[in-house]
Write a protein that binds this ligand. Structure first.
Ligand code: GRG
Length: 276
């Protein structure tokens, strides 16, 4: 039976491994590498965790290549944050409690750091696919979810939204901006494990709802939100909590028939109870 202690051990162990692998990936011998190491140097590692734990659920054992996959996902995530923080987008001076990458290294290097991280992820995914063809579909799926049809498309919808928007618009942005990278992590693990179409559909529903729940919880934790995209601008706090429960239930139901689903099932409640 899963409990908080067991879950946190798995969560933190995965995070420690990813942190170490990211750290040893870059040899900071120039400003760009240094900035890439800086931009990828923190965070909760949720996308890597999702990939690793979905892979474990589907095929039990992990190999060194799976960690490279998880790293590629974190690099794409980090690139999106670096670019999102730029003055032309969200214009944030801080990220993860530290100066954002462009604040520390300059806007020019900030842009190039994001570009280079996305490129690095694509190189890793191609290298993995070259050696193991079960990674071809998985790599392609990740890049599609990060593309104009996914995360980048969601960012455009967010940047170009009007002052007023409705729930459907907001959910569309969240599904693309947040859920699509969660889907990239979970579905690519299914593709790399060559699971059935039925399983892929279920894990996609899981990831989509988990991403949505993650974003709703983020909104509930936000202190000021009036000029931002936030669910509290289209419904009350109580209504948002009801919706969050519904979305979490959909995520849980979608994986209820999987064996070894305890970690992912626990993650749903864990993310909704977080206060950061
Ligand atoms: C610039 C192409 C491009 C996309 C930007 C990811 C994104 C799209 C913008 C960042 C702002 C935001 C609210 C995104 C939604 C996803 C999200 C909640 C990101 C933060 O993820 P965490 O909490 O970050 O997992 P850590 O720091 O833990 O890695």
């Amino acid at each position: 039976m899963m409990n908080k202690e067991k879950f946190l051990k798995i969560f933190n162990d995965d995070k420690d491994i990813i942190d170490k692998k990211v750290k040893s990936y870059f040899s900071p011998d120039g400003i760009l590498e240094e900035a890439m190491a800086y931009a990828t140097g923190g965070g909760k590692r949720i996308r890597a965790f999702l990939y690793l734990e979905c892979k474990k659920m589907f095929s039990c054992n992990l190999c060194e290549n799976d960690y490279k996959f998880a790293l590629a996902l974190e690099f794409i995530h980090a690139y999106s944050l670096v670019h999102d923080d730029l003055p032309a987008m969200d214009n944030d001076d801080f990220r993860r409690g530290q100066p954002s990458t462009h604040k520390k290294y300059g806007e020019d290097i900030g842009i190039l750091t994001g570009d280079a991280l996305l490129n690095e992820a694509a190189i890793m995914l191609f290298q993995l696919a070259k050696d193991n063809d079960s990674y071809i579909k998985a790599g392609l799926y990740i890049l599609q979810r990060a593309s104009r049809f996914g995360m980048i498309g969601g960012q455009v919808l967010d940047l170009r939204r009007g002052a007023s928007y409705d729930l459907d618009y907001l959910l569309d942005v969240y599904k693309k901006k947040t859920s699509d990278l969660f889907k990239a992590a979970c579905v690519s693990a299914g593709l790399a494990s060559r699971v059935s179409k039925e399983y892929l559909e279920k894990i996609e529903i899981f990831a989509s709802n988990l991403g949505l729940a993650f974003q709703i919880q983020d909104d509930l934790l936000e202190e000021t939100y009036e000029d931002e995209l936030n669910i509290l601008n289209v419904m009350s706090k109580d209504e948002a909590i009801v919706l969050l429960d519904k979305v979490n239930k959909r995520a849980k139901d979608s994986i209820k028939d999987f064996q070894n689903n305890e970690v992912l099932s626990y993650l749903i409640d864990y993310l909704s109870s977080r206060s950061y």
